[in-house]
Design a protein around this ligand. Structure first.
Ligand SMILES: [Zn+2]
Length: 217
């Protein structure tokens, strides 16, 4: 695990070769009023360094699932008493995929896992205004994909809507390319300094044009 303080408010917890050989980044934003954990990793054990990091914090912890894939939700069991946010469509997606994912990918689990669904869902966007946190729907890779923008530190987390390696910027898509391109255009309306994704390097917003160039080839 690497723990990297990226900005004043954001710490990135990276689990190396976490799932199918890819690194996995979990973003923690320590806002003025609340803390926000983006994705929950591979089980309760994968979250221990985050709990250690937060042990002296008295602020409420809000949990966000960027999409329904196993490496982003298996740690949800640790947050049964917390607000867990996802897109409305993530609820059915988690239920529909649970059996397959816990069969196909079980070797990647870290500690205990359990199906715990988000308990706060939205359609287009929602905001924690007092913390400068905006969460919005931007489909592409999984269909229920959401992104999180921190307007204070200008970080944008796009989940797995960027491919898993520097050589492969375009992710696997379940949506039409045109829908994904609309999500890229939406990302570009935010003044992001750091673009964070589930598995790739941390980039800047020029990556969205690079992806568009790859798509048009
Ligand atoms: Zn992933």
């Amino acid at each position: 695990m690497r723990i990297q303080k990226l900005t004043e408010r954001t710490t990135i917890f990276t689990i190396f070769e976490a799932c199918e050989g890819f690194d996995l980044h979990l973003q923690l934003i320590e806002g003025k009023h609340r803390n926000y954990l983006i994705d929950t990793g591979l089980g309760d054990k994968s979250l221990e360094p985050i709990f250690e990091h937060l042990k002296d914090s008295t602020k409420e912890l809000i949990v966000i699932n960027t999409h329904h894939h196993y490496d982003h939700i298996w740690g949800n069991l640790c947050f049964k008493n917390h607000t867990i946010i996802g897109h409305r469509s993530i609820l059915e997606a988690i239920k529909a995929d649970w059996q397959r994912a816990t069969t196909q990918f079980i070797e990647w689990k870290q500690g205990n896992i359990e199906m715990v669904l988000p308990n706060l869902v939205f359609d287009e966007r929602m905001m924690y205004v007092d913390d400068g946190i905006e969460i919005f729907y931007a489909p592409g890779h999984a269909g229920c994909d959401i992104a999180i923008y921190d307007a204070v530190d200008r970080t944008l987390n796009v989940g797995d809507n960027i491919g898993d390696t520097p050589e492969e910027l375009v992710p696997g898509l379940v949506c039409d390319e045109e829908i994904y391109k609309a999500s890229l255009a939406l990302y570009e309306t935010y003044d992001a300094k750091y673009v964070i994704s589930g598995h790739n390097h941390i980039m800047d917003k020029s990556v969205f044009q690079e992806i568009r160039d790859c798509l048009s080839k």
